[in-house]
Design a binder for this molecule. Sequence first.
Ligand code: GUN
Length: 300
Amino acid sequence: MFNSSSKIIDGIQHSKNLLHRVKTLASVSEDFNKRKPCIAVILVGENSASEIYVKNKIKTANNIGIKSIKISYPSSVLENDLLSQIKKLNDQNEVDGILVQLPLPNHISEEKIVLSIDPSKDVDGFHPINFGNLFLGNYTMLPCTPLGCLHLLKKELGSLSGLNAVIVGRSNIVGKPMQSLLLKENCTTIITHSKTINLSEFTLKADILISAIGKPKFIKKNHIKPGSVVIDVGINRIKLDNKNKIVGDVDFEDVIEKVKSITPVPGGVGPMTIACLMYNTVKASYLRNNNKFKEVIFDE
Ligand code: GUN
């Protein structure tokens, strides 16, 4: 029987290792600043997936010595009220990070909300200033999911220099920032997307394949270069045999024999996103207080 376990990139274990380091950094920050690093999380409405994500973020923060403030609003909240709340948090010195859980109700402009967050507290890395800095190769606050993917890739492969990286999906949250990070690691990068013609022509060249397209089990073995490393960012909720299930963008069972290694869903990229959010919060607490910060997350 074929044993796939040695090929699985264990995101839960990698996130625990990273959180262990972040906990130490948080404790040093507390010694320096005489207070814990602090993240404020804003949740709007009753989206059950968002509620679970926020709960996990708060629980993880509290476990590793980061103070958290949760602010909940009904979906009817006015955009101006949200903007006033963010301004208040921007002005509070003891708040290091601000995260507004997305998506927001249709009557609120996500763009306006993200733009209102002080870039030095933008632990999501979504503010145009942080996004622009990333594209210029000046790292400030980096988006958590691409950062988590890069961390896993470096742990798996060491140097990424010269490798072909193909990204499926061109979102602002994953695809585009992922390409920037991989370019800086000296990968040759290609972004493909839902309108790409003959996708496998590109993916078959990928030493590293990252899928963030949001289509359940979309990537099959005919897309895979033998011996490649596959990072599955997809979190797709489907009904299978009358049960709710979460599956990735990659058909795990179909590709497993062909790949060198692969992240599972769940238990791959998801836990890394939260660990990187904690990392960004502690990083913000260092930088806002003019303490020197070493980017341990890029260690191989
Ligand atoms: N919704 C889904 N993923 C994210 C994320 O990484 N950050 C925020 N703020 N909202 C999200």
